[in-house]
Design a protein. Structure first.
Length: 446
């Protein structure tokens, strides 16, 4: 940020340069310089609290400073799941006295002894200060295992200081989500889709092929008990469709011997066919190329274009892990995609980036976390937004309320997306009310 924005005399009017760049001029993969960050009030993306709650019957314990605990406590409260959530507050004297290990061990012990029912599993979240101080976490977990042999413990992390180095907290959380699975005999006719916050649509290309092949499909989003969750260890292979879940799949392959297939959510016909062909090969069945499904997707895109016409469209990175790929698909089909809200681009988007740079160089790219974005000129235009952040920044009441692809996959996913765009264009939404709810799809008291 410029110095005249960061520091200025009281009473002076600040000058805000809203950062943006055209795709034709945008650097890959980082079009914007890092700096002071802003968090837009669009809360539909899942946090580590929401993701951890996917382990049925498990209890979460966060060991953090009081200031850090505020957000996670509110997440659990909004989910109406405070009965599965506890905290251990770190105070200044714990740092000075050097009793961080004792605080974890005795704090978790006290919580478990007070619970009305002993949970089968406990997710313990350490925080930045533990890692800064070199806390012996391995000893902590070893001691807890000895004290509570009937409880499965796993290490989870609330370490936002590591957001931009190595695995991100989100990637680590999705990996640890399956760390409680115990080695067992594998079922040659069972497979799992891992790392998603939403179950894949039953109508999706992937699920229909798995069903046709006679395989038992397991997803943590559909597990109702801890015993049912443990059955995911029986899968002969696992599938990740989000880049944030690749580390989870690699860990399962190494630890449990499950073959890991990374078959990413995509809007490119050739990549969809490659992924489906790889899945079919793994299951020993044929894949017909999806011509019928592709034709249906094309038909629905044509119908959506007829309804939406030349109305400007904005897409954001929380809507899908492939915002450039989605923008490319829509532009290829005649839609007027005007803006993409993204702070950086995934390496997997290089091909879509190159095509947009050549064929749609005027496409606007705006960040979401740059501090100046709090002064983004919102509203005043009729626009269709795909994603909560796009809806917030453009102040539109016509938007598709979805995060992380929403369980769509393949040509069927494109067809369903087109249908959602038609519905969003025709029916206005109360944007301010909807985007304030944390963890889209979770139960909320808001």
């Amino acid at each position: 940020m410029r110095g005249d924005v960061m520091l200025r005399r009281v009473g002076e009017e600040a000058i805000y340069d809203i950062p943006h760049v055209s795709i034709g001029e945008a650097a890959f993969p980082a079009p914007f310089r890092p700096g002071l960050e802003y968090s837009a009030p669009a809360r539909g993306v899942w946090t580590i609290v929401h993701v951890g709650m996917l382990v049925p019957e498990a209890h979460e314990i966060f060991v953090c400073a009081a200031g850090c605990l505020r957000g996670v406590v509110l997440s659990a409260a909004e989910m109406n799941l405070t009965g599965r959530f506890s905290t251990v507050a770190i105070e200044e004297h714990n740092v000075l006295d050097g009793d961080m290990e004792e605080l974890i061990i005795e704090g978790v012990t006290d919580i478990l002894n007070r619970l009305p029912k002993r949970p089968p599993a406990v997710l313990v979240y350490s925080s930045c200060i533990h890692h800064f101080m070199g806390c012996d976490l391995a000893m902590c977990y070893r001691t807890l295992h000895e004290r509570f042999p009937d409880v499965d413990f796993t290490d989870c992390y609330m370490i936002p200081t590591m957001r931009k180095s190595g695995l991100t907290p989100d990637q680590i959380m999705r990996r640890q989500l399956y760390s409680l699975l115990k080695p067992t005999d594998r079922d040659g006719k069972a497979c799992s889709v891992i790392g998603n916050c939403f179950s894949l649509d039953e109508s999706s290309d992937m699920v229909r092929l798995i069903r046709r092949a006679g395989f038992r499909l397991q997803q943590i989003t559909e597990c109702k008990s801890y015993a049912e969750y443990q059955k995911m260890a029986e899968s002969s292979f696992c599938i990740s469709t989000q880049s944030t879940a690749r580390a989870a799949g690699d860990a399962l392959e190494k630890r449990l011997g499950q073959k890991h297939l990374y078959l990413p959510l995509s809007y490119d016909a050739q990549e969809i066919r490659r992924c489906m062909s790889a899945l079919a090969l793994q299951m020993g069945v044929s894949y017909d190329g999806g011509a019928r499904e592709e034709a249906e997707a094309e038909r629905m895109l044509g119908e959506a274009l007829r309804v939406i016409g030349d109305t400007p469209i904005a897409v954001d990175y929380t809507f899908t892990p492939r915002p450039l790929g989605l923008a490319d698909l829509l532009i290829r089909h005649g839609f007027r995609v005007q803006t993409v809200f993204a702070d950086s681009f995934s390496a997997e988007e290089r091909e879509a980036y190159a095509h947009l740079k050549s064929e749609a160089p005027e496409l606007e790219i705006y960040p979401t976390v740059h501090a100046a974005m709090r002064k983004y000129p919102r509203g005043g235009k009729k626009l269709l937004a795909l994603g909560q952040k796009a809806a917030y920044f453009t102040d539109t009441d016509r938007f598709v309320n979805m995060v992380e692809g929403g369980g769509h996959y393949g040509f069927d996913g494109i067809k369903n997306l087109a249908g959602s765009m038609i519905e969003a264009f025709r029916e206005k939404k109360d944007t301010a009310r909807l985007i304030q709810i944390k963890g889209l799809g979770c139960e909320s008291c808001l």
